[in-house]
Write a protein that binds this ligand. Structure first.
Ligand code: SF4
Ligand code: SF4
Length: 441
């Protein structure tokens, strides 16, 4: 069952604009490329997360944690301040459910008076066909956050799509159809975990959609005397997408969509009464108490939110685009060179997390008397690429003790101020082994 047609009013037109802006953002982001790199892409097979110019690798998941913590704190902050604004105004579940319901009303020929008494069969079929087509478009954009939408369409065009991608597209389309077309706000009412803990985040001074019972009750038809302002028309219940009666007080199911405010204000205008019988207000205001915007919990959430944003910015600023590991080759402890010197082999794993290529010069800082031999030096590491290279450290026999530290220095040729140092150890034969080899020779 669709809720009654939303009543045009201040919040309705604001919400319609907000919905279209949000849909535009959600649909545009998967197509945006900056210098060939996606704006947001959670590339799970490649284990790379592209977020606004940053490429986050699995070793750096603390960045994603910081982003999630900041988002959670933003949710806490805005809920404490203004109730479930996220649910009613920005959650894709609400936004797309509204759009799907709007399309259904249009196809089924709803008028100002409401739903037609009987919906023709072809209109019902057309409604579901439209929902499936819309779901395919939404699903394509959802997939675009996990897989390049250009590659996906390219695969479709070349018919190389019979595999997992096509199955995934069909599956996501089915989920969108079921969720936005059929389940709609039932999700918000019974399944959304956020709804379950919002009551902990709210306090009497949070702004919520609330009915002024003092003014509205006792409710009754206009003609009756000594009645409150509520004429008991039931329109606020009819337009509510979660089907609740806000006159019973604040309820878990209310998603603050404000549709009942517009509906009731329309009724108040028609019966010549003051608007805002239902309005955005705090429960404290309804009891005649002052509403403070800056309350301890709002301040605490706000401070934590700012702190997490600063921590994120500082971590990004300190981030070194190169991740590297030096591993001593353990298959041979050391190698005796033809000229008698001792060589140790090391494998370098270099990962460039930047969207630009970098060229790194490698030099040996210790042992001072040893020599570094590298096949290629400096090394070019492509944007978001990984390079593995082998190098040798060679020292005169007896010059470097076994276990002595080996210190590699990696310098970005474009930024010599921030060298990266990695240490390993040198393994050399014991002196008596050396002497035995000399006598044998
Ligand atoms: S009670 Fe009002 S604000 Fe809450 S969900 Fe229903 S229509 Fe939206
Ligand atoms: S829309 Fe307003 S007047 Fe009508 S029942 Fe709801 S609260 Fe009462």
């Amino acid at each position: 069952m669709l809720a009654a047609r939303p009543v045009q009013g201040f919040f309705r037109s604001l919400r319609t604009r907000a919905n279209w802006i949000l849909i535009a953002i959600l649909f545009v982001v998967p197509w945006v490329r900056i210098a060939g790199e996606p704006l947001i892409l959670l590339d799970i097979p490649q284990r790379q997360f592209h977020v606004f110019g940053m490429v986050i690798f699995p070793q750096e998941l603390f960045f994603l944690w910081l982003i999630l913590v900041a988002l959670a704190l933003a949710l806490f902050f805005f809920t404490a301040l203004a109730g479930r604004v996220w649910c009613g105004w920005a959650c894709p579940q609400t936004v797309f459910s509204d759009v799907y319901a709007g399309v259904a009303r249009r196809i089924q020929g709803w008028t100002r008076a409401g739903a037609p008494r009987r919906v023709a069969r072809w209109r019902s079929v057309a409604t579901h066909a439209a929902w499936i087509a819309m779901s395919a478009v939404v699903a394509l954009h959802v997939i675009g956050y996990f897989h390049s939408v250009y590659d996906f369409l390219g695969a479709l065009a070349t018919r190389h799509w019979a595999g997992a991608s096509a199955a995934f597209w069909i599956a996501v389309t089915a989920v969108c159809y079921l969720d936005f077309g059929l389940v709609r706000q039932t999700w918000c009412k019974y399944l959304c975990p956020y709804a379950r803990f919002q009551s902990v985040l709210l306090d009497p001074e949070s702004l919520v959609v609330a009915y002024d019972a003092g003014r509205g009750e006792p409710r009754g038809k206009r003609a009756a005397r000594h009645k409150g302002d509520c004429v008991d028309c039931g329109l606020c219940v009819a337009v509510c997408p979660t089907g609740i009666d806000i006159r019973k007080g604040l309820q878990l199911e209310c998603i603050s969509c404000t549709q009942c405010i517009d509906a009731c204000n329309g009724v108040m205008a028609r019966v010549g009464r003051v608007p805002n019988l239902i309005a955005y207000r705090s429960l404290a205001a309804l009891e005649g108490r002052r509403t403070r915007l800056l309350r301890p919990r709002v301040v605490v959430y706000g401070v934590l939110l700012i702190a997490s944003c600063i921590a994120f910015a500082a971590t990004v600023a300190q981030r070194n685009p190169l991740s590297l590991e030096v591993e001593r080759n353990r298959t041979a402890l050391y190698q005796r060179m033809p000229d008698g010197r001792i060589g140790n082999s090391y494998t370098l794993h270099l990962q460039n997390r930047d969207r630009r290529q970098h060229v790194y010069r490698i030099r040996l800082e210790a042992p001072a008397s040893a020599q570094l031999v590298a096949g290629v030096n400096p090394l070019l590491i492509p944007a978001t690429g990984t390079v593995t290279a082998s190098v040798f450290v060679i020292a005169e026999a007896g010059d470097v003790e076994s276990g002595a530290p080996v210190r590699f220095v990696f310098e970005d040729l474009e930024n010599l101020d921030r060298p990266i140092v990695r240490e390993s150890t040198f393994v050399a034969p014991a002196h008596d082994e050396d002497e035995e080899e000399v006598h044998a020779g």
